[in-house]
Design a protein around this ligand. Structure first.
Ligand SMILES: NC(=O)c1ccc[n+]([C@@H]2O[C@H](COP(=O)([O-])OP(=O)(O)OC[C@H]3O[C@@H](n4cnc5c(N)ncnc54)[C@H](OP(=O)(O)O)[C@@H]3O)[C@@H](O)[C@H]2O)c1
Length: 217
């Protein structure tokens, strides 16, 4: 599959692109500036310029799948959390449907909750609203082909080495950590595991090999 990686220049996004290059899939890295292109040229991955605050039809066109690994981060204002993590995410979902992508993988978060009262409730609410849209998207856009979606909710992200072993669950209200290496490997592995279609699950570092964990979600 030709896979658009949104947020490709991020710490997780770069690892997702690397995993895709090593897989049978073909990545297209969506980046925000030409200076970021060199990294992907060196990896042998195609790039396209795009910004979630503006239409991204040109970036999604021709892709079979989208992996969303973008985020406004903790250093921008709460307005950017709404504009990128919530509205930008939904923009990418609608664009994927309109442009005929058949698969969509969302990098979400544990503790997402539309009624969150956490210290980062603006973020946890934004992620929950975006994910809820994906859950019910086909009902409100029945004229577009149904997208096969998967939502992966990691814990606190770390720079630890890949262990290839994880723990999955369905209750988003958990605590724990997830290495970006394990996360990126999992996001890419979801493309090839039909059992993950229509599933929304947490992903923490654990003891179960990724492929085995994904069969059981
Ligand atoms: N940090 C955690 O502990 C944690 C826990 C659970 C879930 N998460 C989720 O995991 C995501 C990825 O984490 P990370 O550490 O890999 O993030 P990161 O390194 O901050 O990467 C985020 C990427 O999003 C891109 N981006 C920001 N605004 C954009 C826009 N308007 N249009 C297109 N792309 C845009 C950034 O582009 P530039 O490179 O151009 O700036 C960057 O490449 C987070 O955003 C968060 O939602 C994080």
């Amino acid at each position: 599959m030709k896979v658009l990686v949104i947020g490709a220049n991020g710490k997780t996004g770069k690892r997702v692109v690397r995993n895709l290059v090593a897989s049978r899939h073909e990545p297209v890295a969506m980046i925000r500036s030409v200076e970021q292109k060199t990294t992907f040229d060196e990896l042998g991955a195609a790039t396209v310029l795009g910004d979630l605050e503006y239409p991204i039809d040109h970036a999604v066109r021709g892709c079979d799948a989208v992996i969303f690994a973008a985020g406004s981060g903790g250093k921008t204002g709460k307005d950017k959390t709404v504009l990128i993590d919530h509205i930008g995410a939904i923009r990418s979902m609608v664009t994927a449907a309109v442009q005929g992508a058949s698969r969509y993988i969302m990098l979400s978060s544990i503790n997402k909750d539309p009624k969150s009262e956490s210290k980062i409730m603006h973020y946890h609410r934004a992620k929950a609203h975006a994910d809820d849209f994906l859950h019910g998207m086909h009902e409100i856009m029945p004229d577009h082909p149904k997208i096969e979606w998967t939502i992966v909710c990691p814990g606190g992200l770390t720079e630890e080495a890949e262990t290839g072993t994880v723990r999955v669950g369905t209750d988003p209200h958990v605590s724990g950590q997830t290495s970006r290496e394990n996360l990126a490997a999992t996001l890419v592995a979801c493309l090839d595991e039909p059992a993950t279609i229509g599933k929304d699950f947490t992903l923490l570092d654990g003891e179960t090999p990724i492929a085995e964990a994904l069969k059981g979600v």
